[in-house]
Design a protein. Structure first.
Length: 238
């Protein structure tokens, strides 16, 4: 597992080593590192948001076809393909960004949980144990403050993500219930895990979610603009 993750973790470790050489503070290095990684992933977030917005537009037509050809799966598949071509819509467009992000997130997790496994510079051994603000040693867990910040930031980010990725149509009741549960369970899990992980990893996650909240605000404005443009086109057609 670590061999596979090392392909991603080692280049990220080189980036941390490079940043630390300029900054000289491990805590601030993690914050800047997190910002760089999030900015690199931002185009994927935009792509995912636009794909979700297009899904909201196309879904009523998809549902109409599903009802019309409920007993003819072969024809339904053909009609769906024709609809995708006509609307220039890729149903995998919303999943691809997430699939790309997951290996990166896992690599980051492996790197910040055990930095010296992926960073060859022996000088980073001392950096890994530096203090930061109230945290005496970033290699050790912070019992409460940082985990609570990470948990609250995760809750806000997760809630905003759910609103952002809402297709605007009725969903399966079971799925809706699961999403509501996860909105509370996932932040609690993050809080609990952050209490046992190195503070450097918890700091990365907290900063990452705070940045994501800012991203979500901007992505929400993009989504609203796309909805307004879509509504304007519909009015012209009428």
């Amino acid at each position: 597992m670590y061999t596979v993750l090392g392909v991603i973790a080692r280049p990220l470790g080189m980036l941390i080593d490079l940043l630390y050489g300029f900054i000289g503070n491990y805590g601030i290095t993690i914050i800047i590192f997190t910002l760089v990684v999030k900015l690199c992933l931002y185009p994927l977030y935009i792509k995912q948001t636009k794909s979700t917005a297009r899904m909201a537009e196309v879904q009523p037509k998809m549902q109409a076809l599903q009802q019309k050809y409920a007993n003819d799966k072969e024809t339904l598949n053909i009609k769906m393909s024709e609809l995708y071509k006509e609307e220039k819509f890729n149903p995998m467009g919303g999943c691809l960004p997430m699939l790309i992000q997951m290996p990166i997130i896992m690599g980051l997790f492996a790197l910040l949980r055990n930095p010296m496994r992926y960073i060859s510079d022996d000088g980073m051994i001392f950096a890994y144990h530096e203090a930061f603000v109230w945290i005496k040693d970033l290699s050790q867990p912070d019992p409460w403050i940082l985990p609570i910040i990470a948990g609250v930031a995760t809750f806000l980010s997760f809630t905003m993500n759910q609103a952002l990725n809402d297709t605007g149509t009725a969903n399966n009741n079971q799925m809706e219930g699961m999403n509501r549960m996860m909105k509370y369970i996932f932040p609690i899990m993050i809080l609990w895990m952050a209490r046992s992980f190195p503070s450097g990893l918890a700091l990365y996650w907290a900063v990452s979610q705070i940045i994501q909240i800012g991203f979500n605000i901007h992505l929400s404005s993009i989504r609203k603009k796309m909805r307004a443009e879509s509504d304007a086109k519909k009015k012209k057609k009428k």
